[in-house]
Design a protein around this ligand. Structure first.
Ligand code: FES
Length: 588
């Protein structure tokens, strides 16, 4: 290479073989456009960066406002080293990030926007493969939805959970213990200043929530789908092995491009079966249902909400993690992690489903010992025999509703009670602690207006707080019914994802105070016990009222016009399927 660089012109094909890669459509050739593409990208890159080697984007969700993902800038450096080592060129591609606890009105409103923007940037840029850096709840689903629609070689590097929290000798799990401690304050059992002092002890390191919430669940399910370097998911964020695996993931991304191992060749219906078995065995978040349905929709794979019950039903609960259990993700990893769990349910996994390595998920389970049986149970002594998510139907949820029996009170799984109806989350907050609220322990709390369309964005509000006067009587759980979602870190007898939602004409919108609601989880039903002629009268009356006030502009307008219901994953109707990676036109 000359120091001036003026004679260095190396193009795809100069390494002896004609470039097979997509990036050559930008960088190959000697015309004006190829010049433009190469020249503006060089900025210190050697000329042979454009000789036909794979260009790997690192889709980076690091952001100070997405604190669970803020360490990805360091992780990215390890991925880059791996890409270089394998002969590729890494490029940092910052993408839209979502901090679950800070973005309003709910991160779920922005999941599809993130996925849409990521998809377009993956397609628009000169890249041959992509490493997806995701952690906080919506980031892995959005990255996978986007990558699936473009269908490039891709793999996920999950950012990993934070370390265990600790306060006054007690382990604190983020999320779950916020709900628990705040209920104790409301019940008069914990001074408020003690509650506030625990704040800085709960979140003590980099990483995502350390309970079996949505981020932990989606990281583990991404690996069960085959989209993660085997053994990586669940590695705590501060653990140096995360960087080692990030480096290896960079190397693997280059190999995947060389082998043309695209997402559509990895994720199949069998992969979803493996993910659903995993979801049950780990006692994962109900949020995984809408995320997996949305990813399947992008790939054109038939998957229904009922598959979660059919495939997950009878799978034993093997992981003793909050919110349903005791431990946290740091303990889970120490106890053997995902592979220890999958080793116990190996016979339920689809043996032909492959991973990013090209080998099958089952073949990758070389090390599946359980190192702490109190954290991860063996199949012979499960924590529960049946850990699946129950999918309910009935007149209140003809398209389906979910309940997570593992997080519910067993006595409430068959229950009939009078409805106490709240029109919105604001209505709930205004009245739930009213001493005159007509409610008792047998009542069924109903919260509507929280679906994809109605809120809009389907927030995590289904785990309604219990009325203060009942908490003080010692009541700790009640049947709750909502068209919204629930934090994966929450618990209780909560029927959620009711579809269709109230704002889309669901019967939930017609429930009145005092109506009886019958929940029958063993029979998989939830019904409003009101005569049909009375429901018909209410429908006519509802049709004459003002109804749903749609947003008038921006993303929210687009969202409510096109969002689908929970039973199909809450994606936008025009984003299902994919457009592939081809871009037919030039910019100049
Ligand atoms: Fe980011 Fe829980 S807030 S994972």
């Amino acid at each position: 290479m000359s120091m001036s660089g003026e004679n260095d012109v190396v193009m795809p094909g100069d390494n002896g073989e004609k470039s097979r890669y997509r990036s050559a459509e930008w960088y190959g050739g000697s015309d004006r456009n190829a010049y433009l593409h190469r020249a503006w990208m060089r900025r210190g890159l050697p000329a042979n960066a454009f000789d036909g080697r794979p260009h790997i984007a690192i889709a980076n969700t690091a952001s100070d406002l997405s604190p669970c993902n803020s360490h990805f800038t360091e992780v990215m450096e390890s991925v880059k080293q791996g890409v270089y080592e394998a002969g590729g060129i890494p490029v940092n591609l910052p993408v839209l990030s979502l901090g679950e606890t800070v973005v309003k009105p709910t991160a779920m409103l922005w999941r599809n926007m993130a996925a849409m923007s990521m998809e377009e940037m993956f397609r628009a840029n000169p890249i041959d493969g992509v490493v997806l850096l995701g952690a906080c709840d919506k980031t892995i689903p959005a990255l996978l939805m986007a990558a699936a629609s473009v269908d490039l070689p891709a793999l996920v590097v999950p950012g990993g959970p934070m370390l265990n929290g600790s306060f006054r000798g007690q382990v604190l799990g983020c999320g779950t213990d916020v709900w628990r401690l705040s209920e104790e304050v409301r019940a008069g059992k914990l001074p408020e200043d003690t509650f506030l002092r625990s704040e800085s002890s709960m979140i003590r390191s980099r990483g995502h929530c350390n309970t079996m919430g949505t981020a932990s669940t989606m990281s583990l399910l991404a690996e069960a789908l085959g989209m993660v370097l085997p053994g990586l998911a669940g590695t705590p964020a501060p653990d140096s092995r995360l960087l080692e695996s990030a480096h290896e993931s960079g190397r693997l991304a280059v190999e995947m491009v060389k082998q043309d191992r695209r997402i559509s060749t990895i994720i199949t219906r069998e992969s979803f079966t493996n993910a659903i078995v995993t979801l049950a065995a780990i006692g994962g978040s109900t949020n995984a249902v809408v995320h997996l349905l949305a990813i399947a929709g992008r790939l054109g794979i038939e998957l229904s909400v009922d598959d979660f019950d059919r495939i997950g039903g009878g799978v034993p609960l093997l992981v003793n993690l909050q919110p349903a259990g005791k431990y946290l993700m740091e303990d889970f990893f120490r106890a053997g992690g995902l592979h220890a769990v999958l080793g116990q349910v190996r016979d339920l996994l689809q043996p032909e489903a492959i991973t990013v390595t090209g080998r099958t998920l089952v073949d990758e389970l070389a090390s599946d010992e359980i190192w702490d049986a109190d954290v991860i149970s063996s199949r012979t002594v499960p924590l529960q025999d049946d850990a699946g998510i129950a999918v309910l139907h009935g007149n209140l949820a003809p398209l389906g509703a979910l309940v997570k029996p593992a997080a519910a009170t067993p006595e409430l799984l068959t229950h009939r009670g009078r409805a106490v109806v709240f029109e919105s989350i604001e209505d709930l907050h205004a009245r739930i602690d009213d001493p005159d609220l007509d409610v008792d322990a047998d009542s069924v709390l109903v919260l509507r207006g929280c679906g994809p369309r109605g809120y809009p964005g389907m927030p995590e509000v289904a785990n309604m707080p219990l009325p203060e006067k009942l908490l003080k009587q010692g009541v700790r759980d009640m049947v709750r019914v909502c068209d919204g979602r629930m934090s994966g870190t929450a618990y209780g007898t909560v029927v959620l994802h009711v579809a269709p939602e109230a704002a889309a004409g669901g019967l939930l919108g017609l429930v009145q105070n005092g109506d009886y609601i019958a929940l029958d989880v063993p029979g998989r039903r939830i019904d409003l016990d009101v005569p049909e002629d009375e429901l018909a009268r209410r429908r006519v009356s509802a049709a004459t009222q003002a109804g749903f006030a749609a947003p008038t502009r921006g993303w929210e307008r687009l969202y409510v016009d096109h969002v689908m219901q929970a039973d199909t994953g809450v994606d936008l109707d025009f984003l299902t399927g994919g457009s592939g990676s081809t871009v037919g036109r030039e910019s100049h």
